[in-house]
Design a protein around this ligand. Structure first.
Ligand code: GPU
Length: 824
């Protein structure tokens, strides 16, 4: 088709009047209400639909151009995309913020009120899901073709409430009031099968082959989301799959006359995308979870091969056209699925199929915790996906044969590297499968990638040294600076221009301003305004009062023992104990607001106990008049992306205190740095790189490093020894044990105390004194506001490295080799 005969794509008038016309049309014709009777939700939905119209031209032309060019794309396979609210990002990308504000105002509507109507899609647990969302934002902004593939859970991460300080989970019914950002495409549904058996048959040439005869199937209905680049005319696609009963399935049963059974079957199928599993880094090995994993990757591969690629595409060229990035092991079943498609459905030889498959995948590992490495028992896998299990066995057989040639005298090593574990039950090690199949394996921070090579996957790194690489995580500066911190954004832009929004290294230009007293004054003013803003949010959202004239000391992240919220708590309790017993005058205590945000996996008993303890300590401290309001604990329930966006910009101190060698990277740490908080942290994950960039004098380092941890654990770690020799620690633990925070009942928090004294897997007691000493340095530094602000400005200025745009550049250079495609 020549340009002249190409049908045009509709456009919208980029003016206030144009917006108002579109908005009223959506409200009246789309939503079916008149402005005088419209609810806030009606207005929000109409506005959101209007805004998406403005992105539509870009989306359609991006798709059209991709269809013509067939440029190499990234398919980011992820069981989680923790998107956060969409409206602000869409307004920013389309340069509509002022137009919409003005247009709505002309109708007597306040944009900020409507913004509050949006329910964030919580389709992820924490860091891994949020990282996926940052990455697709960056790729769109960098003009790189990408399609995100995941699951449209009907219920995202649970809504956390507190009842008497204990976590109680409520369903997250995020779709209830309508979801204006998605485009369902039931006509493009694909069928995915499960169960059944494998049979032998002869093909037309008499060759004996094996094929899958599934037992049941479901349909995957795609829901498309726009992923707009920042003011660059590109809109990529995020495609999330929703499970539905197949018609054939229904009909069979209907014909047999059992209506109730047919409806039950429907529910069964639709269960697959019903709910996000709330475990973060601790997979429970549930069958439904494996169903989810296979469901979304099988849908995605089928979609890409049958719908995205042109009809005449030669699949031998697949590696030149796509790279499937495996976001941790959750999508790794895609490897045998692609093999099955090529061998069983397309009739290829095994060797050809393997050669193509091996070049189509790359694997990112996000953990070092042994309990987080997914394994699927072969009996479960074989029941659900019998043909895939056979394929995995064959991949493993050939791999082991290759290893035996390389290491003829080292059968132990060969067994260690087997994709199939034999103990405690026969199971598939998904990380090993991903490592064998992937072109590259990457960790998510320099230290993490090093430990992957040296410890978790050392045999593999020895065999394939070039397969292993690092890509340090990043965060999108659009959402986590430009949108979340308008005050700082304006200040920065006034100083160095607005190029930083897409080239975050430009923040370096702020370095000289760290020495400019007037700049520092304005920087403090912004921080103070951000504290007022979060104080207002906490008052209305949670009924929590905080004092904006205190230091904001913030620890927000999932509740995990390895992240050591208990260490923070011991510091608080110790301070409290010293003041209550008169060892420390309250007037000498730096006024601090200790803010926490953390969800615990519903089945993680110890994590829920710790939440109970944080709230109990908070309730006691916040009410004790002896503290004169100088220490407060603020623990708003249901920490999520939306809350992060107002809380992080208000922080002075960022708590990154995981046991060294346990936090793969962290990404919250980067958001705090970019918003001008100083970090108190261990030598763990990306903290290492943060400290290298800001310098020791602008970072509060404490605690054992990874080799010291390993050595101490080897030697035999006895937490009680620290209790016995450290008076402050003993007093703090005794105070908790005494029932002081549980109405005198000593049993309530006994499990936490005895765990710390007897086990303390994450060495909180070993690091206690170092942590308290580092906190004393924080107090001293904070007492000099000019020096503190100088450090804070330097944190911002040196944080450019942590843009997810840089992460994407690294993935492109080291793994994907997908050049950008500039807009037409
Ligand atoms: N992470 Br594994 C998750 O959020 N969920 C998981 O299931 C696994 C890892 C996190 C890491 O804990 C965190 O250190 C990292 O920054 C993040 O993934 C993104 O890489």
């Amino acid at each position: 088709m020549t340009a002249d005969t190409t049908p045009p794509i509709a456009t919208r008038e980029h003016t206030v009047d144009g917006f108002v016309r579109e908005f009223l049309r959506e409200l009246n014709f789309g939503q079916g209400v008149d402005l005088t009777r419209a609810s806030a939700n009606d207005k929000y939905l109409a506005m959101a639909r209007t805004v998406r119209h403005y992105l539509m031209t870009r989306w359609l032309s991006t798709l059209r151009r991709q269809g013509q060019l067939q440029a190499k794309s990234v398919a980011y396979l992820s069981a989680e995309f923790l998107l956060g609210r969409q409206l602000d990002n869409a307004l920013l990308a389309a340069d509509l913020q002022d137009i919409v504000r003005e247009g709505l105002a002309s109708l007597g509507i306040d944009l900020d009120e409507l913004r509050e109507e949006e329910v964030e899609p919580g389709l992820g647990n924490g860091g891994l899901g949020r990282l996926a969302a940052c990455f697709i934002d960056s790729l769109a902004t960098m003009n790189v073709p990408c399609i995100g593939y995941g699951i449209r859970y009907e219920y995202g991460i649970f809504r956390q409430t507190f009842v008497d300080g204990w976590q109680v989970e409520k369903p997250d019914d995020w779709l209830r009031l309508g979801s204006p950002w998605e485009f369902p495409h039931p006509e493009s549904a694909v069928t995915v099968s499960f169960g059944g058996s494998v049979e032998q048959y002869q093909d037309d040439d008499g060759v004996v082959k094996r094929r899958w005869v599934p037992g049941w199937s479901v349909q995957g209905v795609p829901y498309n989301y726009m992923v707009p680049g920042y003011e660059n005319g590109r809109v990529n696609t995020l495609r999330l799959w929703s499970a539905q009963a197949t018609r054939a399935f229904d009909l069979q049963i209907f014909n047999a006359g059992d209506y109730a059974e047919a409806v039950r079957a429907q529910t069964f199928a639709e269960n697959i995308s019903k709910v996000l599993y709330p475990e973060d880094s601790t997979p429970q090995g549930k069958e439904l979870r494996l169903q989810q994993q296979y469901f979304f990757v099988a849908c995605s591969i089928k979609d890409f091969v049958d719908q995205v690629l042109p009809e005449d595409f030669d699949l031998h060229d697949l590696p030149e056209r796509i790279v499937f990035q495996l976001n941790d092991t959750h999508p790794v079943i895609a490897v045998p699925e692609l093999m099955r498609v090529l061998v069983d459905e397309k009739g290829w030889d095994w060797a050809d199929a393997w050669s193509v498959t091996q070049r189509c995948f790359a694997y990112t590992c996000h953990t070092l915790l042994p309990e987080a490495l997914e394994v699927w028992p072969v009996d479960l896998l074989g029941r659900l996906l019998p043909r895939h299990l056979e394929i995995i066995y064959r991949i493993n057989d050939e791999f082991l044969a290759e290893l035996r040639e390389a290491y003829p005298d080292d059968e132990l090593r060969v067994r260690r590297m087997s994709i199939i574990a034999e103990y405690p039950v026969r199971a598939v090690r998904m990380a090993y499968l991903a490592t064998v199949a992937g072109t590259k394996v990457n960790g998510v921070a320099a230290l993490h990638s090093q430990l992957l090579r040296d410890k978790v996957l050392d045999d593999f790194a020895g065999y394939w040294p070039d397969k292993f690489t690092n890509v340090t995580n990043g965060v999108t500066p659009r959402r986590f600076l430009r949108l979340s911190n308008p005050g700082l954004s304006t200040l920065v832009t006034e100083a160095i221009g607005d190029g930083w929004v897409t080239d975050l290294d430009q923040l370096r230009g702020l370095e000289p301003l760290a020495d400019d007293a007037e700049f520092r004054r304005r920087f403090r003013e912004v921080k103070h305004a951000n504290k007022l803003r979060i104080a207002d949010v906490l008052a209305h959202r949670d009924g929590i009062t905080v004092d904006p004239d205190t230091m904001f000391d913030v620890m927000v992240k999932r509740l995990h023992e390895y992240k050591r919220q208990t260490l923070k708590l011991l510091h608080i309790v110790s301070l409290y104990e010293k003041v209550s017993t008169g060892k420390l005058a309250i007037g000498d205590v730096t006024p601090r607001t200790f803010a926490f945000g953390a969800k615990a996996a519903p089945g993680y008993v110890m994590a829920k106990q710790i939440i109970g303890l944080i709230n109990a300590v908070g309730a006691t401290i916040n009410e004790d008049p002896a503290l004169e309001g100088r220490l407060r604990v603020a623990f708003p329930a249901n920490y999520n992306v939306t809350l992060a966006e107002t809380l992080i910009p208000a922080a002075d101190l960022s708590e990154q205190i995981s046991l060294a060698g346990k936090e793969a990277s962290g990404t919250g740490n980067m958001k705090f740095m970019l918003n001008g908080a100083l970090t108190i942290g261990t030598d763990d994950g990306a903290n290492v790189e943060i400290r290298e960039l800001v310098g020791d004098e602008n970072f509060f380092l404490f605690g054992l490093d990874e080799p010291q941890v390993a050595e101490l654990v080897d030697r035999g770690y006895h937490p009680s020894a620290y209790y016995e020799t450290n008076v402050d620690l003993r007093h703090a633990l005794d105070l908790i044990a005494s029932g002081a925070f549980s109405g005198g009942d000593r049993t309530v928090f006994e499990p936490i105390v005895s765990n710390l004294l007897n086990e303390d897997r994450f060495l909180a007691l070993a690091d206690f004194q170092a942590y308290v000493d580092a906190q004393a340095k924080v107090d001293a530094a904070y007492a000099d506001p000019e020096a503190w602000t100088r450090s804070a400005v330097l944190n911002v200025a040196r944080g450019g490295f942590f843009s997810s745009d840089r992460s994407m550049r690294d993935y492109i250079d080291r793994i994907w080799h997908t050049p950008p495609v500039p807009p037409a």
